[in-house]
Write a protein that binds this ligand. Sequence first.
Ligand code: ATP
Length: 309
Amino acid sequence: MTASVTVRVPAKVNVQLAVGGLRPDGFHDLANVFLAVGLHDNVTATPADALRVTCSGPDAGQVPLDATNLAARAALALAARHGREADVHLHIDKDIPVAGGMAGGSADAAGALLACDALWGTGASREELLDICAELGSDVPFSLVGGAALGRGRGEILTPLAVGGTFHWVFAVADGGLSTPAVYRECDRLREVAGTGATTADVPDPEPSPALIDALRAGDAAALAAAVTNDLQAAAVSLRPSLTATLEAGTGAGALAAMVSGSGPTTAFLVTDAAEAEKVADALRASGTCRAVRVTSGPAAGATVVTPA
Ligand code: ATP
């Protein structure tokens, strides 16, 4: 019997996040271009008498260890479909900032799903795993797939995208998190205040940017920088005005593009190469406008079983 299975799963940055109007069901249609980046959580599944979640890493204290943990929900969903107990210990070794707009919880859900499938020998097809991911949350399918992809619907209907090179990024982690639903509510509120209206009747359907998709395919960082957009950025900055200083610190240090990552409050800086990344990272650290700085690149692979190899 397999003693345990460890799955490594990446964080993401949204290089385009176009948000449509508020739907009657409370969701928003999105045109969401995801890029997986090289910050990872590791999820280890080990047989146990009952479902249990533990977490290690700098942000571990902010992660719920009960059945609301997305990794636990993933294990329960797979077990329910296959008529078995979710008798597993899930350990999350967490390196992805929590509540930072980098899909850390979604990553853990995808990691737990793949780890439990391997541990239990469930043999779920890729399609079934993606179905369960979509039930668990809009960003979970992408965490399974990795690379780069366009997400439509709530972000869960994925089309893989070609990436022609490595993109270098610096992430500035802010103190505390932002609630993703609160950021969407603020986006709606700002649209009402601006007089444009916030519903699907008022807001044009979100569309992917052809220039951005071309830039990814070409591996052209300058072209990507010119095309990145995040419709949630104004809302995140409105809830956390101090992000403006972080964004300015990165731009001042020569970043090609500075943006809020997803719903924030992590900010993302696209740079030309690894040397430039170190320069921008040093400037961000010196600025005193963020809690931590991480240097990485993308695309990164999706959820991958690392042990047993
Ligand atoms: P997204 O980018 O998908 O909007 P996020 O990166 O902003 O997500 P997460 O790190 O996924 O945010 O955490 C959001 C909230 O989800 C946390 O505050 C926490 O209460 C809850 N949560 C549930 N499971 C997990 C998990 N495994 N890891 C981190 N947070 C989790």
